[in-house]
Ligand binder design. Structure first.
Ligand SMILES: *Cc1c(COP(=O)(O)O)cnc(C)c1O
Length: 543
């Protein structure tokens, strides 16, 4: 394993991310990217690594959806009253549309994390620019670019103002890439040629890509970036040499970094292919995501892992807690003695929420007799009507089976934790190879909740079919996608009906043995300590 040990001789890292999921009460996250970042900062603290986080203090929580129809800006100057953050007193100025915008710098260490520095622009002196940090992933492309200037340029300047020494700037996703341009501008200003300035920048930057879907990689027209001010100090040719035209944030990050990583082995293969056309880009290594066990795993489950009866009892307690939460929030009364299948995801179409209902005829009797029960949760992006429709279809199906199906609204960390502890089976249906990694299945696996998933994201690395969970679809990728969907739907029904349901009802000892295998095969490999050690060895430390 790792020969590197956390100590003072480790490289000092600044980790930039648009969102952080540290605690359910601290609503500056939207989903998986933020959860990963929050877990990362906690594992860094646990391991004593010299790492700090950089992010944005969003004024309204993601998904709170408090949109004022008349464009009323009155809430803007309300100070964000989160007790978890402290004003550092430091202010830095970024330039947006040729004008200075003041960023206030907060710090947060309240959740067992290394220091996290958060910026916001919510100051009267900023005029309309006070609204730049209003809401995560809101607004149009220009607004997004302004937010990214705050994260990247503001974040970089904040660390300097705070006198925090940094050896490596780590951009988690392309959102922070303007920090790379900030570093580059300084190299150019010191008199280096463009090529040397790029080389000097790359020595300080590493990058994590998360998006195996080409359309998911953010890009902007050069003219818009120039108008907002993101390309200040660079010629058009230089900007194109970095990000292309249109300017692709992922391509730019790969060209400004000395090393990069994908977030699972399969994703690594996909990402290397996807970016093979880029010249002079960072090599992409696979480093599989992981979860902070202290946050997501019930210690009673780990303590009981070797004792089948105690393990089952601990699981049933979690299942009853989940069923109570569902009853309280939705009125649906599920039965703790019946198989409960959990599913919670962002409502992106490749996640195929309704794959399991493709052939509802085969499930109809089981649902009516409550041999299987489902709980779903998840949000669609406000602008994603297709995602909303997918959620609505699942809710409509649920209405036909009132005591066998529930939909928990407002998916967040609290629901995420309850579901990945309390379900019996964790269903995952991404259309391979679109899921970069996924981490909810890891939370489930370490809690003894058995994964039933296509071989996508992290699952090909862990799955021992019929031993610690199940796969369906055999990792096939078929063209056109409808063909793959039909194939996977058939296979899902087959594995569910011939393996999962019979094991649950007819082979209790076998089921509990699988729970134990699930825990033992994942608890160290998909624990965030391993992930941090991998980042230090593969990405942060220069050989
Ligand atoms: C774990 C978690 C995620 C990430 O889940 P995946 O769907 O596996 O990517 C997202 N949101 C919340 C609230 C979580 O707890």
């Amino acid at each position: 394993m790792s020969s590197t040990k956390p100590n003072d001789s480790q490289p000092r890292v600044a980790y930039y991310c648009m969102e952080y999921g540290l605690d359910p009460s601290f609503r500056i996250y939207s989903g998986g990217l933020g959860i990963l970042a929050g877990d990362f900062l906690k594992a860094a603290r646990d391991g004593g690594y010299p790492l700090v986080g950089v992010g944005v203090l969003w004024q309204q929580g993601y998904g709170e959806q408090r949109v004022s129809p008349d464009g009323n800006v009155s809430p803007l100057f309300k100070t964000y009253k989160h007790p978890a953050v402290k004003d550092t007193g430091v202010r830095v100025k970024v330039r947006v549309r040729q004008r200075p915008v003041t960023c206030r710098v907060w710090s947060c260490t309240a959740f067992g994390n290394v220091p996290l520095y958060l910026l916001d622009t919510n100051l009267p002196e900023n005029g309309p620019n006070a609204a730049i940090t209003d809401r995560l992933y809101s607004g149009d492309a220009a607004h997004r670019i302004e937010q990214e200037i705050v994260l990247g340029c503001g974040g970089y300047l904040a660390l300097r103002a705070l006198k925090i020494p940094v050896d490596v700037h780590h951009f988690n996703e392309g959102h922070a890439v303007f920090a790379g341009l900030e570093i580059l501008r300084r190299q150019l200003a010191s008199g280096l040629s463009f090529d040397r300035a790029i080389a000097a920048t790359r020595r300080q930057v590493v990058f994590t890509t998360h998006t195996p879907v080409p359309a998911g990689n953010e890009q902007h027209p050069l003219a818009l970036l120039r108008e907002v001010g993101a390309l200040d100090g660079l010629t058009r040719a230089q900007a194109v040499a970095i990000g292309g035209s249109p300017f692709n944030m992922t391509a730019a990050a790969l060209r400004l970094a000395r090393a990069a990583n994908a977030v699972a082995e399969l994703h690594g293969v996909v990402a290397v292919k996807m970016w093979a056309h880029l010249r002079r880009a960072a090599p992409i290594h696979p480093i599989t995501n992981a979860v902070h066990v202290g946050t997501w795993v019930d210690p009673r489950i780990l303590a009981a892992a070797h004792r089948p009866a105690a393990l089952w009892d601990a699981h049933q307690a979690n299942k009853r807690a989940l069923i109570q939460l569902i009853a309280k929030r939705t009125g649906v009364r599920l039965d703790p003695s019946r198989l409960l299948i959990g599913f919670s995801r962002r409502a992106a179409s490749y996640k195929r929420w309704d794959l399991v209902f493709s052939d509802r005829r085969r499930l109809d009797a089981l649902l009516k007799q409550r041999r299987i029960q489902f709980v779903f949760s998840g949000k669609a992006h406000p602008n994603d009507s297709g995602g909303r429709a997918m959620i609505e279809r699942v809710i409509a199906i649920g209405e036909r089976y009132p005591n066998a199906m529930a939909f928990l609204p407002n998916y967040d960390m609290t629901i995420g934790a309850a579901l990945t502890r309390g379900a019996d089976v964790w269903l995952n249906s991404p259309r391979r190879p679109n899921e970069a990694s996924g981490t909810s299945g890891m939370k489930a696996a370490i809690n003894g909740v058995l994964n039933l998933s296509t071989l996508d994201g992290w699952w090909p690395e862990a799955c021992q079919h019929g031993v610690n969970g199940w796969q369906y679809g055999d990792g096939l990728e078929l063209d056109p996608p409808e063909k793959q969907d039909r194939h996977d739907a058939r296979e899902l029904a087959r594995v569910l009906l011939t393996q999962v349901v019979p094991t649950y009802y007819d082979n209790h000892a076998g089921w509990v043995a699988m729970m134990r295998a699930s825990i033992e095969s994942t608890r160290t490999r998909f624990c965030a300590d391993r992930m941090l050690a991998d980042y230090y060895r593969t990405l942060y430390t220069v050989a």
